[in-house]
Design a protein around this ligand. Structure first.
Ligand code: FMN
Length: 225
């Protein structure tokens, strides 16, 4: 029995028709294609905060991880806590940048703060250390694999929140903000901050995106049809 109501609702909607076959990936692929970077976002909520929480928990639960170590962690900051994160980031950045540089940065940060919430993604390094001790042969790989699993979780949250009507972007003010985050939200020191995903109902469209030729990026070898 799951403690996520979104699991039940997915079961109700899709269990009887959990089809596998040609074409059945298209709804998934469409959602994935629609995911974009939105910098213009608002405080409006597309869905209740509790549903955002469910979606993030769902992603964290179902995304795979190396040796099933489940080392990805997330903290969702809503409302005043979201504002506080971006105010704190601005304070830290302004102590490091010239007044001129800060003008541009402040604009960017104000854009993120204009959103409804921010998901912080972490790797739990205590799990990585346990894995390194248990499997010495792969010791160097575990932090990399943890990062890869974290990126997978980021993509799922990003795509799902957009499907629910939010726009998101992916930011990296770590490690500058790590200590402040640990102190303010009592995040364990073993949780290493990797990314920040501000989200809010979009007030503008994403910019254009170009694509490199796929034949230079993907080789299909030995295919028959
Ligand atoms: C691993 C990774 C790191 C990224 N880091 C940043 C970042 O620090 N700041 C930012 O504004 N966008 C960041 N992005 C967003 C990319 O610039 C963006 O996804 C890319 O240009 C494609 O545009 P799209 O997201 O609209 O499809 C990152 C994306 C990825 C996948």
């Amino acid at each position: 029995m799951s403690d996520l109501s979104i699991e039940q609702s997915i079961n109700d909607k899709f269990a009887s028709q959990s089809k596998k076959g040609q074409g059945e990936s298209e709804a998934f692929l469409a959602a994935f294609r629609e995911r974009r970077t939105y910098y213009q976002i608002s405080k409006n909520a597309a869905i209740p905060d509790s549903r955002v929480e469910e979606i993030v928990k769902f992603a964290i639960k179902h995304v795979p991880s190396s040796f099933n170590g489940q080392m990805t962690r997330a903290v969702i900051l809503f409302n005043d806590d979201h504002d506080e994160f971006w105010n704190t980031t601005a304070k830290i950045m302004s102590a490091m940048l010239s007044e001129e540089q800060m003008k541009q940065t402040q604009q960017r940060l104000d854009g993120f703060k204009a959103g409804h919430g921010t998901v912080l993604f972490f790797d739990d390094e205590s799990v990585i250390r346990q894995q390194q001790e248990a499997f010495k042969l792969y010791a160097d790989n575990f932090p990399v694999w943890a990062n890869q699993a974290n990126g997978m979780a980021q993509l799922v949250v990003w795509t799902a929140l957009e499907k629910e009507g939010f726009g998101c972007s992916l930011q990296h003010y770590n490690p500058l903000v790590d200590a402040a985050v640990q102190e303010k939200w009592k995040v364990p020191v073993d949780w290493k901050l990797l990314a920040q995903m501000p989200f809010g109902v979009p007030t503008g469209e994403p910019g254009p995106r170009d694509y490199k030729p796929l034949n230079e990026r993907v080789w299909a070898i030995g295919k028959k049809e």
